[in-house]
Design a protein around this ligand. Structure first.
Ligand code: NAG
Ligand code: NAG
Length: 431
């Protein structure tokens, strides 16, 4: 036996596997994690965006009106009709050959009827004091609610300086409790969207966004062959018109009609019975339709490789990710962000979600139910019989919602490409 040759190859294999898995753990990396504990103010830079118009909203450092742990605080929008923009920096990295996980929790305590709850990853150098709606970003991800038509998870990817919305509808949570949103982007150009650690969507960057032109297109040269039979049904050649069919009159004299007693043939002319539709009459004769034995199906142009398609193996790569930011417009404030995470470790993200949202969710739900009960009791105490007044309240709410739509559109007008795209997508949704 040669020196150094393993006496027990199986044992060596196990050792190797063990070493490999240690290596795998060692390469897992957390690029950014913000639990909003002490010192968080030093990590986040509040932008001056909209400050000179007095439209920059204040963040409230709080665990909210209901929570599973009063000491677990996050940042919450605290003023209505305000813009919010804040960001934090992390050491620049590229997700090339790495899985990218972007995760945070969000709670809309205000019963959000129109507003966003999304966050952004930004690249390169940005002036954090000027971070706002026009600042280019790499990824925008998270829930967006407006009226009845928009209740979705945004996943906007910037590619080649253009923002692309996900083409698939991903519904978001709409209650007033904390939920964890996770976006996973893998080196094989697949992605997953998770809410509360449950996968809601997954697929490919190639199919679920229009980042690149399509791989295949319909052959523009192709023509339907002359002899292509796309009639699914034909008249039955065996079916013959019954003899005498055309002799059946459409109308016949009414057999029940009687000449009126006072009919005077000299004055009124010869009496004829009025006609009625003939029950025997079956209309123009048409042969039965039968399945066409030569039917070839609907003709479709064959697909060919798209000459404009050029694959990009780095489709998923963001080479200099460096900031995480929140940039929102809120009609009604009360959106609370917490536990922001950027990592390449799916398992770590899952664990963090379990240890925060997962651990607290039951207590939070109980606290919420309690708060709701109290609110309802107070409302019925304040307003025991007059239900009309409540109706008026509702109308006022509706008017407010309408307003908010208008204001959002105003923002859109001077907003970035992405905003325009969001609006047009929403419009598309409504069509
Ligand atoms: C911050 O949130 C807490 C808990 O909901 C609330 O009591 C407090 O009034 C809020 N402060 C501001 C400035 O909005
Ligand atoms: C990137 O954008 C430029 C300018 O809009 C365009 O000419 C080019 O084809 C785009 N490249 C890809 C890969 O989409």
């Amino acid at each position: 036996m040669a020196i150094g040759r393993p006496a027990n190859p199986g044992g060596l294999l196990l050792l190797l596997l063990a070493l490999l898995s240690v290596a795998a753990i060692a390469t897992a990396e957390v690029f950014f994690e913000e639990r909003f504990d002490d010192g968080w103010e030093n990590r986040w830079v509040k932008s001056d965006w909209k400050k000179d118009e007095n439209l920059a909203g204040e963040w409230n450092y709080t665990s909210g009106k209901w929570n599973g742990d009063p000491n677990d605080k996050g940042i919450q929008t605290s003023e209505d009709y305000r813009f919010y923009a804040t960001s934090a920096q992390f050491p620049e990295f590229s997700n090339k050959d790495k899985t990218l996980v972007f995760q945070f929790s969000v709670k809309h305590e205000q019963k959000l009827d129109c507003g966003g709850g999304y966050m952004k990853l930004l690249s390169g150098e940005i002036d954090q004091k000027k971070f706002g709606g026009d600042t280019p970003y790499s990824i925008m991800f998270g829930p967006d609610i407006c009226g009845y038509s928009t209740k979705k998870v945004h996943a906007i990817l910037n590619y080649n300086d253009t923002n692309h919305l996900i083409k698939k509808e991903v519904p978001c949570e709409t209650d007033q409790l904390t939920h964890v949103y996770t976006f996973i982007l893998r080196p094989d150009a697949t992605y997953s969207i998770l809410i509360d650690n449950a996968e809601k969507r997954s697929g490919s960057l190639y199919t679920d966004w229009d980042l690149l032109p399509p791989k295949q297109i319909k052959d523009p040269e192709a023509k339907k062959p002359e002899d292509w039979d796309d009639n699914e049904y034909i008249p039955d050649p065996e079916d013959k018109k019954p003899e005498g069919y055309d002799d059946i009159p459409k109308e016949i004299p009414d057999p029940d009609a009687k000449k009126p007693e006072d009919w005077d043939e000299d004055e009124d002319g010869e009496w004829t019975a009025p006609t009625i539709p003939n029950p025997e009459y079956k209309g123009l004769w048409k042969p039965k339709q039968i399945k066409n034995p030569n039917y070839k199906g609907k003709w479709k142009a064959p697909k060919i490789d798209n000459p404009d398609f050029k694959d990009d193996p780095d489709l998923y790569v963001y080479p200099n990710l460096k900031y995480v930011g929140v940039e929102l417009w809120q009609v009604k404030s009360g959106t609370l962000f917490d536990n922001v995470l950027v990592t390449d470790d799916v398992e770590y993200a899952k664990k963090l979600a379990e240890e925060t949202w997962g651990k607290n969710k039951d207590a939070e739900k109980a606290a919420f139910d309690e708060a709701e009960k109290k609110r309802e009791e107070e409302e019925s105490k304040a307003d025991p019989v007059d239900s009309d007044a409540e109706d008026e309240d509702d109308d006022a709410d509706d008017a407010e919602a309408d307003d908010s739509d208008a204001e959002i559109e105003t923002k859109t007008d001077d907003g970035a490409d992405s905003k325009d795209e969001i609006m047009s997508e929403d419009v598309k949704d409504e069509l």
